[in-house]
Design a protein around this ligand. Structure first.
Ligand code: 6PG
Length: 241
């Protein structure tokens, strides 16, 4: 059973997630490598990390920010995960530009996936898989995470670190880290809020034969921790038998 922490509301969850980020950063040796989640839920966490009491507890010179996935749009596009993180966090803290490892999504999904994979292989030189100190992830209502969507070929990827994929619901091209990369992490933290996620969260944490095989269920760190930070609304069906 994963470690599931239930918070009264999204704001309390965001404060707890920011505190865990600080804790992981303090534990890291020379470099603190984080894979960030996109979407809406983590935005408040990123905003908090740029403010006190969190900001000054983080030695930003050793922090390296990566992206778990990206939409195949330019970095100033409203759908860009980078744009969201830049506005909420990067533009407000003393992090070196070279420590922000943006997915060059403006190159198109296939080219940027290859380029990002090469970048990661240089950064994590000598490692068979990149080991992030912390991976933040969200969960879609369909049980996707990062840009690993139900039924996607990307779920079976066993050698590539980064692949091009597509949000089958919207047809939007995406770039995503792969399951072996996420499962290599030291700490994985899911952030899930809202009543709309309640049914899927229940299926994820209480799997049944017919509701198995969701992308989120494939996140199983091989030698790391997995935590679910959820609010009461998302957890509302967990307490039922
Ligand atoms: C993205 C994210 C995606 C997100 C979920 C949940 O690029 O959108 O990587 O996996 O985490 O869709 O999104 P919300 O936090 O907006 O509900």
């Amino acid at each position: 059973m994963e470690n599931v922490l239930v918070f009264d509301d999204p704001e309390q969850l965001a404060h707890a997630a920011a505190a865990k980020f600080v804790e992981c950063a303090k534990d890291a040796e020379d470099r603190f490598c984080v894979s960030l989640a996109g979407g809406n839920t983590p935005r408040r966490v990123y905003e908090l990390l740029a403010t006190e009491p969190f900001c000054s507890q983080i030695h930003w010179a050793k922090v390296h920010l990566f992206f778990g996935d990206e939409r195949a749009v330019p970095p100033d596009h409203p759908d860009s995960n980078y744009a969201m993180v830049a506005e909420a966090l990067i533009s407000k803290v003393a992090i070196h530009a070279a420590n922000v490892h943006r997915i060059p999504a403006e190159l198109g999904a296939n080219v940027s996936a290859r380029a990002y994979e090469e970048h990661l292989k240089k950064f994590f030189a000598g490692q068979s898989w990149p080991r992030f100190d912390l991976v933040l992830l969200g969960m879609g209502e369909d049980g996707h995470t990062a840009s690993l969507f139900p039924g996607s070929d990307a779920l079976a990827e066993a050698s590539r670190w980064v692949v091009a994929t597509r949000n089958v619901q919207t047809g939007a091209d995406r770039i995503t880290l792969t399951l072996p990369v996420f499962n290599e992490a030291k700490h994985v933290m899911f952030l899930v809020v809202g009543e709309k996620k309640a049914q899927r969260l229940k299926e994820t944490l209480r799997p049944t034969p017919e509701a198995d095989g969701l992308p989120v269920q494939a996140i199983k760190p091989t030698h790391g921790t997995l935590e679910w930070l959820v609010d009461a609304a998302a957890a509302s069906l967990l307490t039922q038998s």
